[in-house]
Design a protein around this ligand. Structure first.
Ligand SMILES: C=CC1=C(C)c2cc3[nH]c(cc4nc(cc5[nH]c(cc1n2)c(C)c5CCC(=O)O)C(CCC(=O)O)=C4C)c(C)c3C=C
Ligand SMILES: [Fe+2]
Ligand SMILES: [Fe+2]
Length: 319
């Protein structure tokens, strides 16, 4: 570490998550998230009544229960997305002693807008913003760039890293080590967060980038095309989302007798509700009921390898 205070900062940004696994905090979080036009672009005349009178009241309690099932204990505990993001920022800081590394959330706290304002107030001159979304979507990365453009327009935003060689190899390595204890023929299922098809029709590159990431990770693992499949999870609402869905794919696997499946979720930098509860608990249970054995491969989380990969990406952005 140099003696002088760093003049450069790196902000790792994640989606955000409720402060506590209670219906009130879940509603507060969902309200901020689902009011963003980048996420739901319906007319507010239509969307606000639906959101305030149906979605938030109906979703608060059951979604809080799901968060409670994955909540991490201890003084440094909390929602996995928040805990792993905080730990990841510390691990990246250890890789970049001359840069101030901080974490921020697009929705909830620590709010991206106030993190950027306080870096400026502290005399930081150069800022790189790294949204923790390997694949670009207007609904996620685009929502981060909105805040950066308003608060700190000269900051450099890393818009995607879906084909970064270090990242591809790091994800492949987690799959390899998760498979180490198993013998025999296994199938690899890549499960990415879904998106309404409408976004793709309007030019969002997300799905194409997910496909490119999966193909690159499979190539790094030396898998043939018949040994892996892509699917999309976490559909929300009635609109048509990109598919096939992870749930339908697992049901089809069971029907075809494909019972030994590793599931990896390379669209998620850290584990969260959608990976731990939806895939690791709900879908794993459903697959087991159908006779299958799912091995969920954890996200890169706060591993040293993840920190090294992100530090390399950030250094290039700051160069
Ligand atoms: C229209 C709604 C949604 C879009 C579009 C969407 C895109 C999207 N989301 C992620 C990553 C995450 N989403 C998470 C939770 C989550 N997502 C939605 C809705 C949309 N997502 C909701 C309503 C929720 C909350 C849970 C629920 O009520 O079911 C999370 C996890 C957050 C956590 O606290 O753990 C992540 C991460 C991506 C990458 C993406 C587009 C590509
Ligand atoms: Fe509203
Ligand atoms: Fe989402």
């Amino acid at each position: 570490m140099t003696d002088a205070a760093p003049r450069t900062a790196l902000v790792l940004v994640n989606l955000g998550t409720p402060a506590a696994p209670t219906p009130r905090d879940v509603r507060r979080y969902l309200s901020e998230f689902l009011h963003d036009h980048r996420v739901v672009d319906l007319s507010r005349w239509l969307w606000c009544p639906l959101l305030h009178f149906v979605i938030l009241p109906v979703r608060g309690k059951p979604v809080a229960k799901k968060y409670a099932s994955i909540w991490m204990d201890g003084v440094d505990g909390g929602s996995p997305l928040a805990v792993y993001t905080r730990r990841l920022a510390r691990a990246v800081q250890a890789q970049m002693p001359d840069v101030r590394v901080v974490e921020a959330m697009r929705y909830g706290k620590p709010a991206l807008r106030s993190v950027l304002d306080s870096l400026r107030a502290d005399g930081i001159e150069r800022i790189a913003v790294l949204p923790l979304y390997p694949q670009y979507s207007t609904s996620t990365t685009g929502a981060v760039t909105d805040v950066v453009a308003a608060a700190s327009p000269d900051a450099r935003v890393v818009e995607q890293y879906h084909l970064d060689a270090g990242w591809v190899d790091a994800v492949a390595a987690t799959v390899r080590s998760a498979r180490a204890g198993f013998g025999g023929e296994r199938h690899l299922l890549f499960s990415f967060h879904g998106l309404p098809e409408r976004f793709i029709r309007r030019g969002d590159p997300y799905q194409q980038q997910c496909e490119a990431s999966a193909a690159a990770i499979a190539a790094s693992l030396g898998l043939g095309r018949a040994q892996w499949t892509i699917a999309y999870q976490s559909q929300f609402g009635r609109e048509k989302w990109i598919g096939p869905s992870t749930q339908a794919t697992l049901r089809e696997f069971a029907a075809r007798g494909v019972f030994d499946v590793d599931v990896v979720a390379p669209g998620f930098a850290v584990d969260c509700l959608e990976t731990l509860e939806e895939v690791g608990e709900m879908l794993a249970h459903e697959f087991a009921q159908a006779g299958g054995r799912m091995n969920y491969v954890p996200c890169l989380n706060d591993s040293a390898e993840h920190a090294r990969v992100l530090a390399d990406i950030a250094r290039r952005a700051l160069a």
